[in-house]
Write a protein that binds this ligand. Structure first.
Ligand code: FES
Length: 125
């Protein structure tokens, strides 16, 4: 008897899901960075912000609760770098490293949206 391709890779996939803490993740941050066409900001700036975001998530011990993904373009294409926090549906503009720090400290850890950099969000408290 041979396993189907899906069954054969299932243990590998399950291990990867566990490694990434996908079941425990509470939020997912998407940052426009390393764009093919850097329209919203300077590409180098986006990469600096991306490196900072990755490092700080690790340093703050958020790696099991917060996922991060580098998006090629989030379609706003202005006033970047653009960052969106899901499932909160809060979109931020002009996300420099100092703004990332505030988003992590105030929004992700503290639960308070950083209003001055909000592009759009559901009804803010
Ligand atoms: S290039 Fe950043 S949102 Fe499109």
């Amino acid at each position: 008897m041979t396993l189907s391709p899906e069954a054969a890779i299932a243990p590998i996939v399950a291990e990867r899901v566990q490694q990434l803490h996908l079941a425990r993740a509470e939020r997912h941050l998407f940052l426009c960075a390393d764009q093919t066409k850097p329209l919203c900001c300077d590409k180098q700036l986006s990469l600096e912000v991306w490196d900072y975001l990755k490092a700080r998530i690790g340093e703050l011990g958020l790696g099991t609760r917060v996922l991060r993904t580098k998006a090629n373009c989030l379609r706003v294409c202005l006033a970047g770098p653009i960052l969106v926090v899901y499932p909160d549906r809060v979109w931020y503009h002009s996300v420099t490293t100092s703004v990332v720090e505030r988003i992590l400290q105030e929004h992700i850890i503290g639960g308070q949206v950083v209003h001055e950099y909000v592009l759009t969000a559901p009804a803010l408290p």
